[in-house]
Write a protein that binds this ligand. Structure first.
Ligand SMILES: Cc1ncc(COP(=O)(O)O)c(C=O)c1O
Length: 411
């Protein structure tokens, strides 16, 4: 039988739930950034007090600082099922895609083609589209305007002999439908096309097995997955070799520095391992011990997803049947992440969000940097959508609170 998430245990790992100024406030803006877990906060605090100096130098405190950073790379790699040297920790995913696009711009030649979607967050569209100025051809894998979904048949027709790169999202931050990443990457590989997958909206719901997905490059933002404000970029070895070192030439021996020319925030890198401390604790509390890192990662992912699904079905059903609400994305909870975008009738998403905030619901409204998607769906990006997003630590009572608040605000 599947393990059931112990919510009291989960919530005891998040100081925000003990914070008096947040009591009674139901948090539905997780897609913007999740609460940080205790272990991350402890590691940050400890780093700043004990090891806030140049890492990897001779002094034991300096050595300890470096060792903590290495540990974060190793532990992230083990959860993502890749090698530690394939994990790059940059300032954000937007910064990471910018570096990536510069790198691809140096190896692709005039006439080469890149396929982008109009479903992605702008962080994984604009930097690629900008390469048009260098003579690269940008093709668009377009969403179905009625649903916001991407269809595989539309993609197949876009591949040509000149296609070098396919850039898409694991899960849109507005539509929330989970795209079949493994299948798409396989199609791309068969056509000799490299893949960049934006997993930022997915990762808070469970760190994926990047190896199994088959992406050449996979991105996520740790601040939306209980960690510090960093972007994780997995670049598989063969892809890294093709692109080459983008950082200082003398750092060539350090692969994990190749795509982080900004230089890392040492304390945040060291504290990143706190996310995995938390996942380990989740695992050990709910399951028998295992020596397989992948089994552990998979169990934790399943545990979190299952907990979200029941609540998600309830919220979606409410929104879908409400005469004054339009649900964006599929009405089947199993097909999507726990991010629910809504367009209300008779008031703007901003007006509705304000009424919810007044009732203790933390949420936001707008285009969420998915302007091209909204335009394709005929939605005015100036008003956009109301977005309600939650994760595994959300409890049924908060969904009740949200639904009651929505009912009042729509009456
Ligand atoms: C789906 C998606 N991709 C990319 C980004 C950009 O991430 P970052 O804030 O780390 O640059 C975001 C941020 O909201 C996002 O939601």
């Amino acid at each position: 039988m599947a393990a059931k998430l112990d919510l009291a245990f989960v919530r005891s790992h998040f100081p925000a739930f003990k914070e008096p100024s947040l009591f009674g406030q139901a948090f539905f803006d997780n897609a913007g950034g999740s609460y940080a877990c205790q272990s991350v906060i402890d590691h940050l605090d400890q780093y700043y007090r004990e090891t806030k100096l140049q890492p990897y130098h001779l002094h034991p405190a300096s050595q300890k600082a470096g060792a903590q950073m290495d540990l974060s790379h190793e532990r992230l790699a083990s959860y993502l099922n890749v090698d530690a040297s394939e994990v790059h920790l940059g300032p954000s995913s937007s910064q990471n895609t910018y570096v990536l696009a510069q790198a691809f711009g140096k190896v692709l030649v005039v006439g080469d083609e890149i396929i982008v979607t109009n479903q992605d967050h702008e962080a994984n569209i604009g930097v690629w589209r900008a390469l048009e100025k260098k003579g690269l051809v940008i093709k668009e894998w377009q969403v179905d305007p009625a649903t916001g979904s991407l269809h595989l048949d539309d993609l197949k027709g876009l591949f040509s002999k000149r296609t070098k790169l396919l850039v898409f999202t694991h899960c849109s931050n507005v539509v929330a439908e989970i795209n079949p990443v493994a299948e798409i990457c396989q199609l791309a590989r068969a056509a000799n096309v490299a893949t960049v997958v934006d997993g930022v909206s997915y990762a808070g719901h469970g760190l994926p097995d990047v190896n199994a997905l088959g992406a050449d490059i996979y991105l996520l933002s740790l601040y939306k997955a209980y960690g510090p404000h960093l972007g994780v970029m997995v670049i598989r070895h063969a892809m890294a070799e093709t692109l080459g070192n983008q950082s200082h030439y003398f750092n060539n021996a350090y692969r994990h520095k190749w795509f982080v020319p900004a230089g890392p925030d040492h304390a945040q890198v060291a504290a990143s391992r706190g996310v995995l401390d938390y996942f380990d604790a989740l695992h050990d509390h709910h399951f028998a011990p295992t020596t397989s890192a992948q089994e552990k990662s998979q169990r934790v992912r399943r545990l979190m997803l299952d907990a979200e699904q029941a609540l998600l079905s309830r919220l979606i059903e409410f929104v879908d049947q409400h005469p004054k609400l339009r649900l964006i994305g599929p009405n089947d909870a199993t097909k999507r992440a726990a991010t629910v975008s809504i367009i209300p009738q008779g008031q703007t998403p901003q007006e509705l969000a304000k009424k919810l905030v007044e009732q203790g619901i933390i949420c936001g409204a707008g285009h969420f940097y998915a302007v091209r998607l909204l335009e394709a769906m005929g939605i005015d990006p100036n008003t956009g959508v109301l977005r309600l997003s939650f994760v595994h630590y959300t409890q049924a009572e908060e969904i009740d609170q949200l639904i009651a608040a929505l009912e009042k605000a729509l009456a």
